[in-house]
Design a binder for this molecule. Structure first.
Ligand code: FE2
Length: 258
């Protein structure tokens, strides 16, 4: 049975004002330095700065961030189940028959020639904007209302600039062997395909998790009122802190804004 067996059922009403406001934030989840990560030419240290920050800021602890949000949830079976499934996959990889996603990240790093110690034991000297973004994720994930925590982690952090296209079917994420073969770290930086199980795992489960993320928020936040406003302003704040974080990483990578 495919790991995405479950939640493709109910369709999402993306015409709702709340969906449109959130998609308007996701449409801006792009940073000027991103294209340089899809091309050859980055130094080893620049690559390390990027990945070391990503690991420390949210990759290593993402299952725990989700668990903090689950701990806020009232007895709503749909939400608890979707979060529990997401945590289970992130912390075990069992749904995609792989391994914990933070571990799969380290496997990819090993494929790029970075030692485990460079991530696990070497102290991370984070850019202050990275520390601020990480702290924001920690704070919001453990703070009521639960809808805000869930929206920030599952819609914002797990989502991408392609959210609108993926949900409406105009953009299809590459999956499986194709996603690995065409990945910039394989194409340009010598990462062997067999070290890319993280990309494969994301391709296999992400469709259902993207759907769940939007379903949880849209089912439990009315379009009008203070809750909707808090969800949107928090995700917008996430965008601003993320952009500053990415500026900080670009600075550490020695990249100049074009
Ligand atoms: Fe993941």
């Amino acid at each position: 049975m495919s790991p995405s067996h479950r939640s493709e059922g109910a369709s999402l009403d993306l015409d709702r004002p709340l969906a449109q406001r959130l998609l308007g934030v996701m449409d801006r989840k792009h940073h000027w330095a991103y294209p340089s990560l899809t091309r050859p030419g980055l130094s080893r240290d620049a690559l390390y700065q990027h990945f070391r920050h990503e690991y420390e800021v949210y990759v290593r602890d993402f299952p725990v961030l989700l668990a903090r949000a689950l701990g806020l949830c009232p007895p709503l079976d749909d939400v608890r189940r979707a979060l529990a499934e997401n945590i289970y996959e992130e912390q075990t990889g069992a749904l995609s028959k792989s391994a914990p996603h933070p571990e799969l990240f380290l496997v990819m790093m090993a494929g790029l020639g970075f030692t485990r110690d460079a991530f696990v034991t070497a102290p991370a000297t984070l850019h202050p904007a990275a520390t601020a973004y990480r702290q924001f994720l920690l704070d919001v994930s453990a703070r009521h209302p639960w809808q805000v925590a869930v929206a920030l982690l599952t819609v914002w952090v797990e989502g991408s600039v392609n959210e609108r296209g993926e949900l409406t079917g105009t953009f299809t994420r590459k999956r499986g062997e194709e996603a690995i073969r065409t990945h910039p770290m394989v194409l340009h930086y010598g990462c062997p395909a067999e070290s890319m199980a993280l990309v494969k795992a994301h391709g296999e489960i992400e469709g259902s998790h993207r759907h769940d993320a939007w379903q949880m928020v849209l089912d439990h936040v009315p379009d009008e009122g203070p809750l909707a406003d808090e969800v949107v302003t928090t995700v917008e704040r996430g965008l601003q802190l993320w952009l500053a974080y990415r500026d900080g990483v670009a600075e550490r990578m020695g990249l100049q804004r074009p």
